[in-house]
Design a protein around this ligand. Structure first.
Ligand SMILES: [Zn+2]
Length: 367
């Protein structure tokens, strides 16, 4: 695991030849581990005549066959014995199909490390105390849900004062419900606090609550909004990211440079986080290829296609090369960080694998 530790100790947005080589070496190490320890991955790669030893230069990475994301929903894929798994993350998708990601001790430590350095580089790590409003399940109640884990991880990037979890277990209904009144009260309480606020949430839900309760407060220019997963949530009332950022600045007093979106998938685990200009940066801890949905050929910068992810931190879950059903494009940003940005363009196909945002929207609609 030495090459992977070297990678995770490096600058996430430096794409010099030397840095890119750190990813290549780490990926080779990881791919070889899965090849030797996961039968399905070995057979798939053999079928495509691919072996990790073929990875000699950066361009070779595009040759790694992708495992389709739906296979992880249908099978429990794991490259270590189950006794070594210390955490199972489950995506809270509805409709019965859930993905489970298995983390052994080293992989869990790796994902925490990489999330930290990415957020630190993007200016999100701060030792001061913050009040938190999280639009998620309390991680003490729902330990295995991806978003609850993510939020627990994200709240550890700063000092914590009060943490309010908006999705709460309701004994009467025997299910999780979104406590809207609780959210409104927390926002008002935090606006009167001398401490800044961080909101972790889904854009569509936050937008609807602000409108419904006609909220206009000032959480201060030191406050942050970190969103995830909600942009395509409710298509009928979809609002653009740009409009949303201006709306949040006006209604909550959170400057646009402190509003950051995050894209992540339970099966992949790498966080793609907005810089101050609102672009999702791809770190040197992963590779993102855009492929034609017809023949999986590589698409050039700027063209739309299916997203194919590579990562190297996880030795327990055999998803080093994940072919998704999400559409996206690669682009560039002028904020000074190296590498490309990921522009999300929605999902392929008619049947949607609903993510956490959709589930949370349903929770809200039920009320
Ligand atoms: Zn940028």
């Amino acid at each position: 695991m030495k090459a992977t530790l070297n990678l995770l100790n490096s600058d996430p947005f430096n794409f010099s030849e030397e840095s890119k080589n750190l990813f290549l070496e780490s990926f080779k190490e990881n791919a070889l581990y899965h090849y030797q320890n996961h039968e399905f991955t070995r057979k798939l790669w053999d079928k495509f005549n691919f072996h990790p030893a073929h990875l000699l230069k950066e361009e070779d990475l595009a040759q790694v066959p992708g495992t389709m994301v739906h296979l992880f929903k249908e099978h429990e894929f794991c490259s270590v014995s189950r006794e070594r798994v210390v955490l199972i993350l489950t995506s809270s998708g509805t409709g019965g199909q859930k993905s489970q990601q298995f983390l052994d001790e080293i992989s869990l430590s790796n994902v925490k490390k990489l999330a930290y350095v990415i957020h630190e580089n993007l200016g999100l790590v701060d030792r001061r105390l913050y009040n938190y409003l999280c639009f998620t399940y309390d991680p003490n109640v729902a330990k295995d849900l991806g978003t609850a884990f993510t939020d627990e991880l994200l709240t550890n990037f700063t000092g914590k004062n009060e943490v309010y979890y908006a999705i709460q277990w309701n004994d009467e209904k025997n299910e999780f419900v979104l406590n809207e009144e609780g959210v409104v009260e927390a926002l008002k309480r935090f606006s009167l606090s001398s401490l800044p606020t961080r909101i972790l949430g889904f854009p569509a839900i936050l937008h609807d609550i602000i409108v419904k309760y006609n909220i206009k407060i000032n959480l201060s220019s030191e406050s942050w909004l970190q969103t995830g997963g909600g942009w395509k949530g409710s298509a009928d009332k979809e609002i653009s990211k740009k409009e949303f950022r201006a709306f949040i600045e006006e209604r909550l007093g959170i400057p646009q440079k402190n509003q950051r979106d995050l894209f992540g998938m339970v099966e992949h685990g790498i966080p793609y986080v907005d810089c101050e200009k609102g672009n999702l940066h791809i770190p040197n801890f992963s590779r993102v290829f855009i492929r034609s949905p017809f023949d999986l050929s590589l698409k050039p910068l700027g063209e739309r296609g299916l997203i194919h992810f590579l990562c190297s931190y996880n030795f327990s879950y055999p998803a080093p090369s994940l072919l998704t059903t999400d559409y996206g494009r690669l682009g560039t940003c002028d904020c000074g960080r190296g590498g490309n940005i990921l522009i999300l363009e929605g999902r392929a196909g008619v049947s949607k694998h609903k993510g956490c945002a959709m589930k949370a929207l349903e929770l809200m609609e039920k009320k």
